[in-house]
Structures are given as structure tokens and as C-alpha cells.
Design a protein around this ligand. Structure first.
Ligand code: PEP
Ligand code: MN
Length: 269
């Protein structure tokens, strides 16, 4: 028998759809583009990006306020004050907020300002966090651990589902392999596999998946053809000045081109 029955097709034959309100729906019949900076850095930055997303017809913005950084000396995010200003500008423009939660104690303070709780690669097996998010009535974007198997990813989704929250999005974001020429190895195989095995929507994050700005669009397009139901893209007006992940972040011209090509490809597939 399946070790993760609830997130598998055994439990549910029909694909899961997540309704975010305002006519925004995450499902296998729609394609969702989530774009925004790696980290929320300032109110000015948020205003600029919200404006750009609005122009581009993008309805979900990503941006970290609690940043899991490899070095303790790197920028670790603006915290809850950053989330408040992020949320204010998004709400005023009918854009949904996607942001990472790192620990259980942050959930309550984040709740009023968050539309989708992101669980990062480093927390995929933070089982207390998964249990706690199972009690929340908002969607969870669950990223694959950088060294996690797909079965482990599904077990983590099973934690959330079995605790009561069925609104889960799985996200492939690249894994660690012997290859060192780019940040991670985007495991595109995961996309058709997860879509076959599970009824949950499957997103792809090519920004972290490859980690090189010039390759991000192509990998986003590849993920579309692999069957992804959405992509997460890091964008910034001036990536070279970004406080985190600038090397893999698209500027506005690059973003426009990527959005256009992604949308065209989605129509063709
Ligand atoms: C992020 O989305 O900025 C992030 C930290 O992602 P990951 O957990 O996949 O590294
Ligand atoms: Mn990032």
C-alpha cells in the first residue's frame, strides 16, 4: 500500500484545485506565474514590483521576509514589518502574497498578511512546522528538500494533508548532485512523476533550480513542457543590487520576455 495515501490518486482521483478568491485559482487547468524578489528589501522596492506585476497581469507575488541564509552574516529579511508593507501594497492591487514561513511561532503573526505559506527547501522535513500548517486554512507551497527524494516530498505533503489542510502545492526547486557548474540540478523528471502520483498542483522554481539568470527562462519553458502547473520566478528591477540571489534574478525586461514566452508555450502545449 501507498505510504502517502492522502496525497496520492488512491485517495482522490480528481485534481486538487485551490481557490484564492478574486477569481484566482491554482489548478491543472490554469497556469500560475508567481514572481517577485527573493527578499522584500524596502517599501520602494515593493511598490516598483507590484506596479510591474500589475502591468504584466501577474496576480501572485513572492518575496521572503524571513530568509534562510547559508551565512549568518547575509541579509536575513525585514521580518514581520516587511510582510506588513508587502501585504498592504499587494492587497491594494489585488495581488496575492506568497512568503516563506520558517518556524511554527511565526504562523500566527504572518497569518493576516499571507495568502500562501511557502515552506522552503531547508524546512521540508520540519515536521512540527508541517503539522502546524496542517491546522491552517490557507494554502501551503511545499518546496522539495534539496536532498529529498520524491517519496520524502510526498510524505511531507502527507503530514500537512493528514493534519487537516488539503491546500498544498508541490514545488520542484532543484536538488544537489555532483554537478557544480550551476547552483542546483533542476529535476524536471519530478514534474510528470508528481503529477502522475499525486492529485496536487505541481509548480517549478527554475530560479533556484538552475541558479543562473541567463538559464532561468529556458528552464521555465522546459518546466512548462514537463507539465508544470505554475512557476516561481525571482525578479527585481535591479538584480545586481538585490540583497539576495541577484545572480539568478531576472530584471524587468528579462521578466517580460519570460512571461510572454511562458504564456505562449502554455497555449501551445
Ligand atoms: C526562496 O524561494 O527564496 C528560497 C529560499 O527558496 P528555497 O527554499 O527553494 O531555497
Ligand atoms: Mn531566493
Amino acid at each position: 500500500t501507498d505510504p502517502n495515501p492522502l496525497v496520492s490518486r488512491q485517495w482522490k482521483v480528481k485534481d486538487t484545485e485551490i481557490d484564492l478568491g478574486n477569481g484566482i485559482k491554482i489548478s491543472r487547468d490554469d497556469f500560475t506565474i508567481v514572481a517577485g524578489p527573493c527578499a522584500i528589501e524596502s517599501e520602494e522596492q515593493v511598490i516598483t514590483i507590484v506596479e510591474f506585476l500589475k502591468q504584466q497581469g501577474i496576480q501572485l507575488m513572492r518575496g521572503g521576509i524571513f530568509k534562510p541564509r547559508s551565512s549568518p552574516y547575509s541579509f536575513r529579511g525585514l521580518g514581520i514589518d516587511g510582510l506588513k508593507l508587502f501585504s498592504n501594497h499587494c492587497k491594494a492591487n489585488s495581488i496575492k502574497v506568497v512568503t516563506e514561513v520558517m518556524q511554527v511561532s511565526q504562523i500566527d503573526e504572518m497569518y493576516p498578511y499571507t495568502d500562501i505559506f511557502q515552506v522552503g527547501t531547508r524546512n521540508m522535513q520540519n515536521f512540527n512546522l508541517l503539522d502546524a500548517l496542517g491546522k491552517v486554512d490557507k494554502p501551503v507551497l511545499l518546496k522539495r528538500g534539496m536532498s529529498a527524494t520524491l517519496s520524502e516530498l510526498l510524505s511531507s505533503a502527507e503530514y500537512i494533508f493528514s493534519s487537516g489542510n488539503e491546500k498544498i502545492i508541490l514545488c520542484e526547486r532543484g536538488i544537489r548532485t555532483f554537478e557544480k557548474e550551476y547552483r542546483n540540478t533542476l529535476d524536471l523528471n519530478a514534474i510528470p512523476y508528481l503529477k502522475d502520483k499525486s492529485h496536487l498542483p505541481v509548480f517549478c522554481d527554475p530560479s533556484h533550480g538552475v541558479g543562473v539568470r541567463d538559464y532561468v527562462e529556458n528552464m521555465a519553458l522546459a518546466s512548462v513542457m514537463a507539465g508544470a502547473d505554475g512557476v516561481l520566478l525571482e525578479i527585481h528591477k535591479t538584480p545586481e543590487k538585490a540583497l539576495s540571489d541577484g545572480h539568478q534574478t531576472l530584471n524587468f525586461d528579462e521578466s517580460k520576455k519570460a512571461f510572454k514566452n511562458i504564456r505562449q508555450l502554455v497555449e501551445l502545449r
